[in-house]
Write a protein that binds this ligand. Structure first.
Ligand code: ACM
Length: 262
């Protein structure tokens, strides 16, 4: 069993240092967790005033105060963290999720399905859907609006992901319906870490969730409160893909019948 967790909070738009000060306290309160998920763009905030502001607030993976801070927390608390991250690389911005552990930065995913104005700011993710083995479980990552695309979930399940970490800044209230279904269809655990608060015209909808492999919501946060959710899960259960004694949800797929998908 491991302790899976999220921190639901309101990142400050444009103030990395304030986000670090706030998260310093919140991560200390979550230190019993083994795997902790933070919201989308937790280092920068979401609703930028301009593309220029988004660039000013981005960090590169190799030179990031935010990642150094998260690594220090992981080392002190023997913890793995997945966090949304405004990433700059080679002059392009990516809406990324980073995975960090006690020994430092492990890997990243770059959001593929960009939402609304994100299309004017970020480049589309170009790393596919990687899965990372951290010893006690295999981790996949999706970012917010990616939740609408079953193909992304399926690829992660086919690659062996057991826990899908889902940093989010949700505007709509659909994810609490879609995520449990994807969890069930792929027999994976999901941690959706949403944010709260308002940035100009956008109001974020909270209700972060941790979902088990039969689509049951094990923990749901409130709509507008800063909140830490921690719950025990057994990632091993995700390896069992049998939904009846004769049906394996991945092996029973018939990909040659799906060619029209392309
Ligand atoms: C979203 O993708 N931030 C809704």
């Amino acid at each position: 069993m491991i302790k899976a967790a999220f921190i639901q909070f309101a990142p400050y738009l444009g103030d990395l240092n304030k986000n670090i000060v706030l998260l310093d306290k919140l991560i200390d309160k979550s230190k019993s967790a083994d795997l902790l998920v933070l919201p989308e763009l937790a280092n920068s905030g979401y609703n930028f005033n301009s593309k220029e502001q988004a660039f000013q607030l981005a960090e590169s993976i190799n030179n990031s105060k935010f990642i150094r801070f998260l690594h220090d927390k992981c080392r002190r608390h023997d913890l793995y963290i997945v966090s949304g991250f405004n990433e700059i690389d080679n002059g392009k911005l990516y809406n990324s999720a980073v995975l960090i552990g006690p020994n430092g930065y492990i890997g990243k995913y770059r959001k593929v399905h960009l939402f609304l104005n994100e299309k004017n700011i970020f480049s589309r993710g170009n790393l596919g859907f990687p899965v990372f083995d951290i010893g006690f479980c295999k981790i996949g990552m999706l970012v917010c609006f990616d939740h609408f695309f079953p193909e992304a979930w399926r690829i992660l399940a086919l690659k062996g992901a057991e826990v899908i970490c889902h940093p989010s800044n949700l505007i709509t209230k659909f994810a609490q319906k879609t995520v449990p279904v994807h969890a069930l269809l792929n027999r994976v655990f999901v941690i959706t870490a949403d944010r709260i608060g308002k940035e100009k015209e956008l109001e974020f909808t909270g209700k972060s969730i941790i979902v088990n492999t039969v689509g049951e919501i094990l923990y749901q946060a409130h709509e507008d409160a800063e909140e830490i959710g921690i719950i025990e899960i057994d990632p091993e259960i995700s390896k069992d893909k049998m939904i009846t004694p004769g049906n394996h949800i991945l092996n029973d797929r018939i990909p040659e019948e799906y060619s029209e998908l392309m």
